[in-house]
Design a protein around this ligand. Structure first.
Ligand SMILES: *Cc1c(COP(=O)(O)O)cnc(C)c1O
Length: 235
């Protein structure tokens, strides 16, 4: 095993252990929390190395970078997650290429993904991203507009809504993000009976705040830095 591969395997194992501890603290099973390794801006070789140690879920933010990596790693048995901000004019490159799109935050984007999925004869799994703290610079739909978007998505046969995603504001103290995570769970719990569908997934928690996220019910945690180290600048 090369040095980098050993390092990545070790860090991912430490993260999985911490996720299991946090799940246990909330009376949840470790298997109910899936680690999405966020590999944006890190080389495809890191993904290959980590995949070869058993990691299957990888998250990417930028369309072109993600597609380039998918091409380079064709044949590698992994599931790709699109977690970044997505403009509707790029939706056609994303639909059908990712196991899950975490960042649907407008009916325009949903419509574009739906249209492409239908043309490919696939059903694209998606999450709706909610901007709970109402930060103006952050992506995500407002809490007020969430039910309307969810209902619209249910009418799009090219999409399957499987849950919600959020990204809290940056806090030095991870505990401060806890109310945001709890709120996402409550929103999900309220939507399910209203829409008459099951929304099993809550995508929440990153390197700095995954403990409270898992304790509040995260099923997908998106962790980059803790596994891969600091990201090189985008360029
Ligand atoms: C980059 C990114 C992450 C991972 O962040 P880390 O702090 O490196 O763990 C998670 N989610 C989204 C949406 C991201 O853009």
């Amino acid at each position: 095993m090369n040095e980098r591969k050993r390092e990545l395997a070790e860090r991912a194992a430490e993260v999985r252990e911490a996720l299991a501890v946090a799940a246990g603290q909330a009376g949840r099973a470790a298997e109910d929390v899936t680690l999405v390794a966020v590999s944006k801006l890190h080389p495809a070789s890191d993904i290959r190395d980590l995949a070869e140690t058993g990691q299957t879920e990888f998250g990417e933010n930028y369309v072109q970078e993600a597609l380039d990596k998918q091409n380079e790693l064709a044949g590698l048995n992994v599931n790709w997650h699109f977690i970044g901000g997505l403009q509707s004019n790029k939706a056609k490159y994303v639909a059908g290429k990712f196991a899950l799109v975490h960042s649907v935050d407008s009916s325009k984007l949903a419509q574009a993904l739906h249209k492409k999925a239908v043309s490919l004869d696939v059903v694209q799994d998606i999450l709706i991203q909610v901007n709970i703290a109402g930060e103006t610079q952050k992506s995500g739909i407002t809490v007020e507009s969430l039910p309307e978007l969810a209902e619209a998505v249910l009418g799009m046969e090219g999409l399957r809504l499987v849950g919600l995603m959020t990204m809290p504001p940056f806090f030095d103290e991870p505990e401060r993000a806890r109310p945001v995570f709890a709120r996402l769970r409550e929103l999900r719990d309220g939507l399910e009976p209203r829409l008459g569908v099951s929304l099993p997934h809550l995508s929440m928690g990153m390197t700095g705040d995954f403990v409270p996220a898992v304790q509040e019910g995260a099923t997908l945690v998106r962790i980059g830095t803790r596994i891969f180290g600091a990201r090189p600048p985008r360029g």
